[in-house]
Design a protein. Structure first.
Length: 319
Protein backbone atom coordinates (compact mmCIF):
# COMPACT_ATOMS: atom_id res chain seq x y z
CA UNK A 1 0.00 0.00 0.00
CA UNK A 2 1.27 3.48 -0.83
CA UNK A 3 -0.20 6.66 0.56
CA UNK A 4 0.35 9.78 -1.53
CA UNK A 5 2.21 12.66 0.10
CA UNK A 6 0.24 15.48 1.65
CA UNK A 7 1.49 19.02 1.25
CA UNK A 8 3.76 19.45 4.22
CA UNK A 9 5.51 22.55 5.43
CA UNK A 10 9.25 22.03 5.67
CA UNK A 11 9.85 24.81 8.17
CA UNK A 12 8.72 25.73 11.65
CA UNK A 13 9.19 29.43 11.91
CA UNK A 14 12.85 29.92 11.13
CA UNK A 15 13.81 26.38 12.05
CA UNK A 16 14.26 23.93 9.19
CA UNK A 17 12.43 20.66 9.75
CA UNK A 18 14.09 17.44 8.58
CA UNK A 19 11.87 14.52 7.69
CA UNK A 20 12.02 10.75 7.53
CA UNK A 21 9.96 8.26 5.51
CA UNK A 22 9.75 4.51 6.03
CA UNK A 23 10.07 1.97 3.25
CA UNK A 24 8.74 -1.51 4.03
CA UNK A 25 8.92 -4.57 1.79
CA UNK A 26 7.97 -8.23 2.01
CA UNK A 27 8.40 -10.51 -0.97
CA UNK A 28 5.04 -12.30 -0.82
CA UNK A 29 1.55 -10.82 -1.05
CA UNK A 30 -0.07 -13.65 0.89
CA UNK A 31 -0.17 -12.51 4.49
CA UNK A 32 1.30 -15.47 6.37
CA UNK A 33 2.20 -15.11 10.03
CA UNK A 34 5.84 -14.83 8.99
CA UNK A 35 5.00 -11.96 6.61
CA UNK A 36 2.91 -10.17 9.24
CA UNK A 37 5.73 -10.55 11.73
CA UNK A 38 8.18 -9.09 9.22
CA UNK A 39 5.93 -6.09 8.58
CA UNK A 40 5.40 -5.47 12.31
CA UNK A 41 9.13 -5.73 12.92
CA UNK A 42 9.92 -3.20 10.18
CA UNK A 43 7.30 -0.76 11.50
CA UNK A 44 8.64 -1.05 15.05
CA UNK A 45 12.22 -0.60 13.83
CA UNK A 46 11.18 2.66 12.15
CA UNK A 47 9.45 3.90 15.33
CA UNK A 48 12.56 3.05 17.37
CA UNK A 49 14.75 4.83 14.81
CA UNK A 50 12.66 8.00 15.06
CA UNK A 51 13.02 7.97 18.85
CA UNK A 52 16.80 7.84 18.47
CA UNK A 53 16.76 10.66 15.92
CA UNK A 54 14.60 13.42 17.44
CA UNK A 55 15.93 15.87 14.86
CA UNK A 56 13.85 13.98 12.26
CA UNK A 57 10.08 13.94 12.02
CA UNK A 58 7.94 11.36 10.29
CA UNK A 59 6.49 12.86 7.11
CA UNK A 60 2.81 12.48 7.91
CA UNK A 61 0.58 11.06 5.20
CA UNK A 62 3.46 9.45 3.33
CA UNK A 63 4.23 5.76 3.47
CA UNK A 64 5.91 3.47 0.97
CA UNK A 65 5.19 -0.27 1.17
CA UNK A 66 5.86 -3.07 -1.27
CA UNK A 67 3.87 -6.15 -0.28
CA UNK A 68 4.53 -9.06 -2.59
CA UNK A 69 7.14 -7.26 -4.67
CA UNK A 70 10.60 -8.69 -5.35
CA UNK A 71 13.67 -6.71 -4.36
CA UNK A 72 14.65 -6.89 -8.03
CA UNK A 73 11.39 -5.37 -9.30
CA UNK A 74 10.48 -2.76 -6.69
CA UNK A 75 11.95 0.08 -8.74
CA UNK A 76 10.22 -0.99 -11.95
CA UNK A 77 6.74 -1.54 -10.50
CA UNK A 78 6.88 -0.94 -6.78
CA UNK A 79 6.61 1.74 -4.12
CA UNK A 80 10.36 2.31 -4.16
CA UNK A 81 10.13 3.39 -7.78
CA UNK A 82 7.27 5.71 -6.80
CA UNK A 83 9.45 7.27 -4.09
CA UNK A 84 12.13 8.06 -6.67
CA UNK A 85 9.59 9.51 -9.13
CA UNK A 86 8.13 11.77 -6.43
CA UNK A 87 11.63 12.81 -5.37
CA UNK A 88 12.44 13.71 -8.97
CA UNK A 89 9.29 15.87 -9.13
CA UNK A 90 10.22 17.64 -5.90
CA UNK A 91 7.27 16.17 -4.01
CA UNK A 92 9.53 14.85 -1.25
CA UNK A 93 10.95 17.56 1.07
CA UNK A 94 14.71 18.12 0.62
CA UNK A 95 17.10 16.17 2.83
CA UNK A 96 14.47 13.53 3.71
CA UNK A 97 15.85 10.26 5.07
CA UNK A 98 14.47 7.02 3.63
CA UNK A 99 14.53 4.52 6.51
CA UNK A 100 14.71 0.81 5.64
CA UNK A 101 15.28 -2.28 7.76
CA UNK A 102 18.19 -3.61 5.71
CA UNK A 103 19.90 -3.51 2.34
CA UNK A 104 18.07 -6.68 1.27
CA UNK A 105 14.72 -4.97 2.00
CA UNK A 106 15.73 -2.00 -0.14
CA UNK A 107 17.08 -3.96 -3.10
CA UNK A 108 18.44 -7.28 -4.28
CA UNK A 109 19.88 -5.90 -7.49
CA UNK A 110 23.39 -6.78 -8.58
CA UNK A 111 25.92 -4.61 -6.70
CA UNK A 112 26.57 -2.32 -9.70
CA UNK A 113 22.86 -1.57 -10.20
CA UNK A 114 22.22 -1.39 -6.47
CA UNK A 115 24.96 1.20 -6.07
CA UNK A 116 23.43 3.23 -8.92
CA UNK A 117 20.11 3.15 -7.05
CA UNK A 118 21.64 4.51 -3.87
CA UNK A 119 23.61 7.13 -5.78
CA UNK A 120 20.36 8.21 -7.43
CA UNK A 121 18.68 8.72 -4.05
CA UNK A 122 21.69 10.64 -2.74
CA UNK A 123 21.97 12.77 -5.88
CA UNK A 124 18.32 13.76 -5.45
CA UNK A 125 19.33 15.32 -2.14
CA UNK A 126 18.05 12.62 0.21
CA UNK A 127 19.56 10.30 2.81
CA UNK A 128 19.24 6.58 3.56
CA UNK A 129 19.33 4.75 6.89
CA UNK A 130 19.28 1.03 7.64
CA UNK A 131 17.92 0.03 11.05
CA UNK A 132 19.30 -3.51 11.13
CA UNK A 133 22.80 -4.93 11.51
CA UNK A 134 26.10 -3.08 11.39
CA UNK A 135 24.53 0.10 10.03
CA UNK A 136 22.94 0.82 13.43
CA UNK A 137 20.56 3.37 11.96
CA UNK A 138 23.34 5.64 10.70
CA UNK A 139 22.10 8.36 8.31
CA UNK A 140 24.04 7.95 5.08
CA UNK A 141 24.57 10.65 2.48
CA UNK A 142 27.08 8.80 0.27
CA UNK A 143 30.07 10.87 1.34
CA UNK A 144 31.12 8.93 4.43
CA UNK A 145 34.62 7.44 4.51
CA UNK A 146 34.63 3.94 3.01
CA UNK A 147 30.89 4.09 2.22
CA UNK A 148 31.25 2.68 -1.29
CA UNK A 149 33.06 -0.43 -0.04
CA UNK A 150 30.55 -0.92 2.78
CA UNK A 151 27.59 -0.53 0.46
CA UNK A 152 29.10 -2.78 -2.21
CA UNK A 153 29.67 -5.52 0.37
CA UNK A 154 26.06 -5.29 1.64
CA UNK A 155 24.70 -5.26 -1.92
CA UNK A 156 26.72 -8.33 -2.83
CA UNK A 157 25.36 -10.18 0.20
CA UNK A 158 21.76 -9.15 -0.61
CA UNK A 159 22.14 -10.18 -4.26
CA UNK A 160 23.70 -13.53 -3.32
CA UNK A 161 20.91 -14.18 -0.83
CA UNK A 162 18.32 -13.65 -3.59
CA UNK A 163 20.17 -15.89 -6.06
CA UNK A 164 20.67 -18.58 -3.43
CA UNK A 165 16.96 -18.53 -2.58
CA UNK A 166 16.04 -18.70 -6.27
CA UNK A 167 18.38 -21.67 -6.82
CA UNK A 168 16.90 -23.49 -3.82
CA UNK A 169 13.36 -22.96 -5.14
CA UNK A 170 14.33 -24.18 -8.62
CA UNK A 171 16.04 -27.20 -7.06
CA UNK A 172 12.96 -27.97 -4.97
CA UNK A 173 10.73 -27.82 -8.05
CA UNK A 174 13.04 -30.21 -9.93
CA UNK A 175 13.08 -32.64 -7.01
CA UNK A 176 9.30 -32.62 -6.59
CA UNK A 177 8.81 -33.10 -10.34
CA UNK A 178 10.90 -36.30 -10.15
CA UNK A 179 8.89 -37.46 -7.15
CA UNK A 180 5.62 -36.83 -8.99
CA UNK A 181 6.81 -38.95 -11.90
CA UNK A 182 7.58 -41.78 -9.47
CA UNK A 183 4.22 -41.47 -7.69
CA UNK A 184 5.95 -40.29 -4.52
CA UNK A 185 3.87 -37.53 -2.91
CA UNK A 186 5.75 -37.41 0.37
CA UNK A 187 6.68 -33.75 -0.10
CA UNK A 188 3.02 -32.83 0.54
CA UNK A 189 1.94 -32.19 4.12
CA UNK A 190 -1.34 -32.73 5.93
CA UNK A 191 -3.60 -29.71 6.10
CA UNK A 192 -3.38 -27.44 9.15
CA UNK A 193 -6.32 -25.32 10.26
CA UNK A 194 -6.21 -21.79 8.92
CA UNK A 195 -3.17 -22.48 6.75
CA UNK A 196 -3.05 -22.58 2.96
CA UNK A 197 -2.09 -25.96 1.52
CA UNK A 198 -0.62 -26.49 -1.94
CA UNK A 199 -3.62 -28.53 -3.05
CA UNK A 200 -7.38 -27.92 -3.38
CA UNK A 201 -9.59 -27.02 -0.44
CA UNK A 202 -11.74 -30.19 -0.58
CA UNK A 203 -8.66 -32.39 -0.17
CA UNK A 204 -6.36 -33.41 2.65
CA UNK A 205 -3.20 -35.49 2.70
CA UNK A 206 -2.47 -38.60 4.75
CA UNK A 207 1.26 -38.61 5.45
CA UNK A 208 1.13 -42.24 6.64
CA UNK A 209 -0.32 -43.64 3.42
CA UNK A 210 1.27 -41.02 1.14
CA UNK A 211 -2.10 -40.33 -0.47
CA UNK A 212 -4.88 -37.76 -0.74
CA UNK A 213 -8.42 -38.12 0.52
CA UNK A 214 -11.50 -35.96 0.19
CA UNK A 215 -12.96 -33.85 2.98
CA UNK A 216 -16.51 -35.06 2.49
CA UNK A 217 -18.43 -31.97 3.61
CA UNK A 218 -16.37 -29.74 1.31
CA UNK A 219 -16.36 -32.18 -1.58
CA UNK A 220 -20.17 -32.31 -1.30
CA UNK A 221 -20.31 -28.52 -1.80
CA UNK A 222 -18.25 -28.91 -4.97
CA UNK A 223 -20.50 -31.70 -6.25
CA UNK A 224 -23.59 -29.62 -5.57
CA UNK A 225 -22.16 -26.57 -7.37
CA UNK A 226 -21.47 -28.73 -10.43
CA UNK A 227 -25.08 -29.93 -10.44
CA UNK A 228 -26.33 -26.35 -10.09
CA UNK A 229 -24.07 -25.16 -12.93
CA UNK A 230 -25.83 -27.48 -15.39
CA UNK A 231 -28.89 -25.21 -15.32
CA UNK A 232 -27.85 -22.03 -13.46
CA UNK A 233 -25.54 -19.13 -14.17
CA UNK A 234 -22.87 -17.93 -11.71
CA UNK A 235 -24.86 -15.03 -10.20
CA UNK A 236 -27.75 -17.32 -9.29
CA UNK A 237 -25.45 -19.95 -7.79
CA UNK A 238 -23.70 -17.33 -5.66
CA UNK A 239 -27.05 -15.88 -4.52
CA UNK A 240 -28.54 -19.25 -3.56
CA UNK A 241 -25.46 -20.35 -1.62
CA UNK A 242 -25.47 -17.08 0.34
CA UNK A 243 -29.20 -17.34 1.04
CA UNK A 244 -28.61 -20.82 2.45
CA UNK A 245 -25.76 -19.50 4.59
CA UNK A 246 -23.14 -21.68 2.94
CA UNK A 247 -19.85 -19.99 3.72
CA UNK A 248 -16.60 -20.10 1.81
CA UNK A 249 -15.12 -23.57 2.44
CA UNK A 250 -11.60 -22.20 1.83
CA UNK A 251 -10.34 -21.80 5.43
CA UNK A 252 -7.53 -19.38 4.61
CA UNK A 253 -9.50 -17.14 2.26
CA UNK A 254 -10.56 -13.59 3.07
CA UNK A 255 -14.07 -13.77 1.59
CA UNK A 256 -16.82 -14.97 3.91
CA UNK A 257 -18.82 -16.43 1.03
CA UNK A 258 -17.91 -17.99 -2.28
CA UNK A 259 -17.62 -15.45 -5.07
CA UNK A 260 -18.48 -15.77 -8.74
CA UNK A 261 -14.79 -15.76 -9.72
CA UNK A 262 -13.93 -18.24 -7.00
CA UNK A 263 -16.63 -20.67 -8.10
CA UNK A 264 -15.75 -20.50 -11.78
CA UNK A 265 -11.95 -20.55 -11.51
CA UNK A 266 -11.37 -22.70 -8.42
CA UNK A 267 -14.21 -25.18 -8.80
CA UNK A 268 -15.99 -25.40 -12.15
CA UNK A 269 -12.90 -24.87 -14.34
CA UNK A 270 -10.59 -26.81 -12.04
CA UNK A 271 -9.57 -30.23 -13.38
CA UNK A 272 -8.49 -31.35 -9.92
CA UNK A 273 -12.11 -32.49 -9.49
CA UNK A 274 -11.21 -35.19 -12.05
CA UNK A 275 -8.23 -36.27 -9.96
CA UNK A 276 -5.65 -34.38 -12.02
CA UNK A 277 -2.83 -32.19 -10.75
CA UNK A 278 -0.99 -29.61 -12.81
CA UNK A 279 2.52 -29.67 -11.35
CA UNK A 280 4.91 -27.19 -12.97
CA UNK A 281 2.99 -27.37 -16.23
CA UNK A 282 2.83 -31.18 -16.38
CA UNK A 283 -0.55 -32.88 -15.92
CA UNK A 284 -0.56 -35.92 -13.63
CA UNK A 285 -3.72 -38.03 -13.58
CA UNK A 286 -5.00 -40.01 -10.64
CA UNK A 287 -3.14 -37.97 -8.04
CA UNK A 288 -6.33 -36.95 -6.22
CA UNK A 289 -9.56 -38.86 -5.65
CA UNK A 290 -11.92 -37.84 -8.47
CA UNK A 291 -15.14 -36.29 -7.16
CA UNK A 292 -16.70 -35.42 -10.55
CA UNK A 293 -17.02 -37.72 -13.56
CA UNK A 294 -15.52 -36.66 -16.92
CA UNK A 295 -19.01 -36.68 -18.44
CA UNK A 296 -20.41 -34.29 -15.82
CA UNK A 297 -17.36 -32.05 -16.09
CA UNK A 298 -17.73 -31.77 -19.87
CA UNK A 299 -21.48 -31.13 -19.58
CA UNK A 300 -20.87 -28.23 -17.18
CA UNK A 301 -18.22 -26.70 -19.46
CA UNK A 302 -20.68 -26.92 -22.36
CA UNK A 303 -23.43 -25.31 -20.26
CA UNK A 304 -21.14 -22.45 -19.23
CA UNK A 305 -20.04 -21.92 -22.83
CA UNK A 306 -23.65 -21.95 -24.01
CA UNK A 307 -24.69 -19.30 -21.47
CA UNK A 308 -21.63 -17.18 -22.28
CA UNK A 309 -22.28 -17.33 -26.03
CA UNK A 310 -25.94 -16.54 -25.45
CA UNK A 311 -25.06 -13.45 -23.43
CA UNK A 312 -22.65 -12.31 -26.14
CA UNK A 313 -25.30 -12.70 -28.81
CA UNK A 314 -27.77 -10.73 -26.71
CA UNK A 315 -25.22 -7.97 -26.15
CA UNK A 316 -24.49 -7.76 -29.90
CA UNK A 317 -28.19 -7.53 -30.73
CA UNK A 318 -28.56 -4.56 -28.37
CA UNK A 319 -25.76 -2.65 -30.09
Amino acid sequence: MVLSPKKTSISKGKELVMYAISYIRVSTQRQSELDKSGIRRQIQAYIDWLEKHPERQNLEGVEFRDLGVSGRKNIEKGALGLFIKKAEKGEIPPNTCLVVESMSRLTRLHPYDGLKLLMRIWDLGHKVAFTQGRWKGEILNGREAGIIERVASALEAASYEWEDKRDRIVGWHKDTAKQMEQGDYSFFKARKKGKKANYNFWLDFDENTNSFFEIEVKADIVRRIFKMALTMGMPKIVKLLRQEGIKNPVDWGKSKYLTRAGIEENILRCRAVLGERNHLGVIYKGVYPAIISPEEYDSVQAAIASRTNGNNVGANEKM
